[in-house]
Design a protein around this ligand. Sequence first.
Ligand SMILES: NC(=O)c1ccc[n+]([C@@H]2O[C@H](COP(=O)([O-])OP(=O)(O)OC[C@H]3O[C@@H](n4cnc5c(N)ncnc54)[C@H](O)[C@@H]3O)[C@@H](O)[C@H]2O)c1
Length: 332
Amino acid sequence: MKNKRSETVLVTGAAGFIGSHLTDTLLKQGFSVIGIDNLSRGTRSHLCEALIHPCFKFIEMDMADVAALRQVLSSTKVETVWHMVANSDIGAGLADPSIDLRDTFLSTFNLLLVMREAGVKNLAFGSTSAVYGVHSHALREDTGPLFPISNYGAMKLASEAAISAAVESFLNRAWIFRFPNVIGPRATHGILFDLLNKLKVNTDYLEVLGDGTQKKPYLHVSELLEAMLFVQAHSSDRLNCFNIGPEDDGATVLAIAKAIIRTASPHTPIRFTGGDKGWAGDVPKFYYSIEKIKQLGWRPHLTSYDAIERAIGELWGRPSACAERAAPQSSD
Ligand SMILES: NC(=O)c1ccc[n+]([C@@H]2O[C@H](COP(=O)([O-])OP(=O)(O)OC[C@H]3O[C@@H](n4cnc5c(N)ncnc54)[C@H](O)[C@@H]3O)[C@@H](O)[C@H]2O)c1
């Protein structure tokens, strides 16, 4: 078997929610990992375990800095890039779409430019259900036409298109993973993060965006990582595109709000802002077909509800693994 330690991989967005878990997992698998992040939304504390690992190197840099990116890829032989950088702040992207252009699309464009120069030929990309737009049936990888309703989705779809073109011109292999809502420890955004944070500052009422009927699939980050690594190891096409998600048709926002109240603040009433979507560009209801990944041999163990319950427990009041290590031990 090939010794993974001889392989170096690059994780972009390494200090973010998914990128930091991915970094930890790749290190455990024996890869050497270079992580880059501008720390705009991620944090070094997410990398507390990686930063003391001898096979990890962190570089604080912005993907808009092509010269710095060139320096990283020309100084080390990188086998595969895992591209997780994007603008995950929906509010910021709504207020200023150039943030999505820069962080979500141009990060991909710049990366491909430099990968081509450096001869790095394998790319795994974190894409999203937002590329699909609004459909009333299960979303399959060949669902179309693809008309995203958010600028974020549009910039992800443009990134997918640029990767497809790069496969024609220089990439050996590419994996496009279309994530649903991903949840778990170290989340930097998303419904669980938002609602739990609201309850930390105000327990008089819990404001919930929309009317509570929005319904979407939720996947625990541990299953996302398992699925991506499985697909990478078992897929055979040059350009591989897979939905990753639970087998069910999702959980409602009302059910999530109730689960959060149950755990975090049992007597707090819920106040909905109203309307069938949470914000402009929110796809209020969707669900995935995951037949393609099941055919390949991977299936999730958790339902959306299982994943939500687990993630609420992980996010509510539990210190991070690093904080736990640093905390004084009780001596009774
Ligand atoms: N979390 C989800 O539910 C979800 C769903 C679908 C797709 N995705 C995709 O998965 C990937 C990871 O998402 P996440 O939830 O971990 O988000 P995140 O915001 O926690 O991670 C993204 C990281 O990229 C960094 N970053 C942003 N712009 C940068 C730039 N210009 N240069 C360098 N670093 C930059 C941020 O500081 C952050 O640490 C993203 O591409 C996201 O679009 C996430």
